[in-house]
Each structure stands twice: as C-alpha cells, then as structure tokens.
Design a protein around this ligand. Structure first.
Ligand SMILES: [Zn+2]
Length: 101
C-alpha cells in the first residue's frame, strides 16, 4: 500500500517537473525571474520526492544560480574536442556543465 502511494506521488512529481520545465522555456525569453522561480521549484520537487531530473533537461538548468540555460541567449555552448565533451556555460554566473560524447 505504502509503496504504491509513493509510486503514484513520484509519477505526479515527474509530470509536474516536465510541465514546469516547459513553462520555464516559455518564460526564459522575457521574464527571467519567474523562470528562475520555476527552476527552484523543479529542484525542490525532485529532492523531496526523490525523482531524477531527466538527462534531457540537465544542460538547460544551472545548478549554481537556477537560471534556464538557452544556447545563444543565457548559455554559451562549445565543443572541447581534445577531451571529447560539450561544455554548456551559464552566462550569468559562469557555471559549466560538461556532457561527454
Ligand atoms: Zn548560473
């Protein structure tokens, strides 16, 4: 019983995370402060319900300042071919996310 309740609440949490992320992307073009608020909520939900943030979202969320990182607008993306990774750098705080290929 308890485990089914936990599973259902995790499913709802995952759905909320995906909805919040799409809202973030809408707000990121204009209202940056609201977008940051949504990112904070995403991280709060994922830690409380122990739901992973999907790998597809990870390069778009800054872990340091909760900014939505959109390439060309709020993030700088470059390829480091010597070490075989793609670096996503946050424009507002300089935090980097590396994704190996
Ligand atoms: Zn940042």
């Amino acid at each position: 019983m308890r485990s089914t309740q936990r599973r259902i609440s995790r499913e709802i949490a995952g759905a909320r995370i995906s909805v919040l992320f799409s809202l973030c992307l809408d707000k990121a073009t204009g209202d940056m402060e609201t977008a940051r608020k949504y990112v904070k909520l995403i991280r709060k939900i994922s830690t409380h319900y122990k739901v992973r943030i999907p790998n597809s979202m990870k390069p778009h969320i800054c872990k340091k300042c909760n900014t939505v990182m959109i390439p060309g607008k709020s993030a700088i993306v470059r390829i480091v071919s010597s070490n075989r990774y793609v670096a996503y750098r946050c424009s507002s705080c300089g935090w980097e996310f590396h994704r190996h290929y």
